[in-house]
Ligand binder design. Structure first.
Ligand code: GAR
Length: 209
């Protein structure tokens, strides 16, 4: 089973669905640790309840972004992860960090990338008059929310939706898309090559749920 470290900043519902998927005997990955930059992230208790070790790295404990990442990388290397899953981790990783784990870092973003990268994505989708929204699980590259997609899932935008309404609807499909993407990665069905997500013989690179 592939070793996964999940990074969170918040409630950790995506981390929890990954952990639940990993609990199945035939799932090709396990979450070996959860890292958070926020001591009060709700996901920390969820991980602890499952017996998953947690590590907290508050940004304010470090003089610079470099020092912060250095501490994170030191513990990350000790965990010997095969795959890193950013799951609501609200910090941009440096190029150096990404290069160290090139092609092995996944992120979930609550929009149909390349539309609406960055923050406040649901409000922007509504303001743009979108009739569908969704989520993207993608490989992490240096540009924010720019790496190639592995799995996307769509939901309707309904008349009168608030950003919170849409976020909740998108979150339900995030919980399907992320375990699927992790399975594809862990079983070796998809990899990043020349900035694209490519399928290997065993599976499809881009699936919908
Ligand atoms: C999810 O909707 C995730 O897609 C989003 O934060 C939420 C975290 O929820 N991520 C981003 O916006 C990244 N830029 P969770 O902590 O319950 O998984």
């Amino acid at each position: 089973r592939k070793r996964v470290v999940a990074f969170i900043s918040g409630s950790g519902s995506n981390m929890l669905t990954l952990a639940k998927a990993c609990a199945a005997a035939d799932f090709p990955a396990e979450i070996v640790a959860v890292f958070s930059d926020k001591p009060d992230a709700g996901g920390l208790e969820k991980a602890q309840a499952l017996g998953i070790p947690t590590f907290v790295f508050p940004r304010k404990d470090f003089a610079s972004k470099e020092a912060h990442e250095e501490a994170i990388l030191a513990e990350l290397d000790r965990q010997r992860p095969d795959i890193i899953c950013l799951a609501g981790y609200m910090r941009l990783l440096s190029g150096r960090f990404i290069a160290r784990y090139e092609g092995r870092i996944l992120n979930i973003h609550p929009s149909l990338l390349p539309l609406f990268p960055g923050l406040d994505t649901h409000r922007r989708a509504i303001d743009a008059g979108m009739k569908i929204a969704g989520c993207t699980v993608h490989f992490v590259t240096e540009g924010m929310d720019e790496g190639p997609a592995i799995v996307q899932a769509a939901v309707p935008v309904l008349a009168g939706d608030t950003p919170a309404d849409l976020a909740a609807r998108v979150l339900t499909v995030e919980h399907q898309a992320y375990p699927l993407a992790l399975r594809l990665m862990a079983e070796g069905s998809v990899r990043m090559e020349n900035g694209r997500a490519v399928a290997t013989e065993t599976g499809g690179a881009t699936e919908s749920v």
